[in-house]
Design a protein. Sequence first.
Length: 593
Amino acid sequence: MHVMNSAIRTGLKTKDKAAALIWGESSFVVRVTLIVLALTSIPYVYGYLVAQPGKEFMGIMVDVPDHAQYFSWMRELSTSHLAANKLTPETNSPVLFNLLWWGMGRLGTMIGLGYAGMFQVLRVSAGAAFLLLVYRVIGLFLKDLWSKRIAFMVVAFTSGFGWILVVLKYTFSHGQLIYPLDVFIAEGNTFLGILGYPHFIAAALYILVFDQVLRGQSRGQLRYALAAGLLAQFFGWQHAYDLVLVYGILAGYTALVALRDRRLPVYLVRSNLILWGLSCWPAIYSLVLTRADPIWEKVLDQFANAGVYTPNPFHLIILLGPAFLLAIFAFVKDNPLRLAGVEDHKIFLRSWFLFNFLLIYIPTDFQIHMLNGWQVPIAILATHGLVDYLAPFLRGLAVRLGIPGLHWTSLRRALGIVLVLVILPTNLYLWTWRFVELGRGDYPYYLHRDELVALDWLEANGRPDDVVLSSLTIGQYIPALTGKHAFLAHWAQTLDFFAKSDMVAEFFNLATAEDRRLQIIDAYGVDFIFYGPAERELGGYLPASSSYLSFAFSVGEVEIFEIASELSGLSRPLIEMDVGVIKGYLWSSKTRP
């Protein structure tokens, strides 16, 4: 009986220890997640608090054109399943579907929350979901608790050597930040993504597909492949380009397993086929959209206007920093050419790191997006290199040098803390700089309340297809806040962006002849002229002096003029998707070799 009671007590103690370990692990992940969400929320609170009298913070703190574009899609998709491109004056059919902004728009309408409010809902929910998923995925590759924590912290806070460029900015480069993209690229930077690009973080949830495939492989159950395929389709309807990563990395993994086993990995082949069959539809839709619809074909062609491509390998080191260098070190030390006897999860980690690296340089204008999610295998490999290679080397070196008291556990923890500290500075700069920019209280993060009142008037008056000519500063907000077409709004969505930018400059230039203004109005069927502080900065032209403009609305320093009815909309370009073109394209696709 005494032996039995002792065994029971031992079993209970073991269970208590396991429960305490699980609780401690979960508590750590939740605490870090809450810290990240709190830190990334503070600048938004600051933005609202420091708004100057007569101005309003628009709820965006980075990359206003793109986020205003998403707000427009959110607006359009809240009442329809397909959206037209309102960021260009050309009349076009509603053909765009995006599941993320459809969901945000519908939910916002349901709970009565505006676009900026729903942006925060997305930011917090996507950020929390991604960080929780990351820790789950890390557990597939790292079993030691401290190693998992290091990798998790690296994913959550990592940034590159951009802080060196910041130091140069304030010392030797006369206030100019050289190679700014090496600092500001958000793809692959979890903290910056949660701070200002939550749609990238929502997109990075595609790594859940990998989680399902690997768990299914270990259990030999194809139901996981079905789940992976449905998840891939779900994420594909939000960001179709993520399917390139999913397909490419899994195909590479299957090939390496086949090389290791010297036979076809039947389970992985079947999983890939199931996944492709279930998830290819968003890719097909995106392909047809950008080939058969002339508007979206031109939009895709203008992606090069941003001039943002994956940095070359040298600049990639600056962008991704110490964790990337450690990951390369571990990848090489593991001898990627040796496959015999290597476990599946280690083969997959190599495949993820290697094939993702190849995919970030695919010859497309959206190649930069292939960095999104790569921070996860980088962090896992970096931790592996730190714990399994660097720490033993330093410990052995300490023994040889006769340095006493260097305990294994203390060394690993110290190295982990050092790694986290050296990856923080660039993100600390990016976070701090938000306060500097928002503290200026100016465009494009703030609009005058009079401008918002005028935009409300535009929303309530006119037709959905009306075209409003304004500065780019105001134009980027017009589709989201009024539902009207903007003459100039976005570097890719506005067709012939640079030509229209020149036209806006011409229009508000006092020296421009009236015939030229009429030519612009007539060519694009302009219905309203928005004239406020941002437009006054473009030139000395006074719309009230033009006989073909009639006063429509005024508030404070903002005026809206309507084009004379005999001129309005007469020559508006009409660009519609040709259904026959779609059918022909699909048919020719089926018959291609």
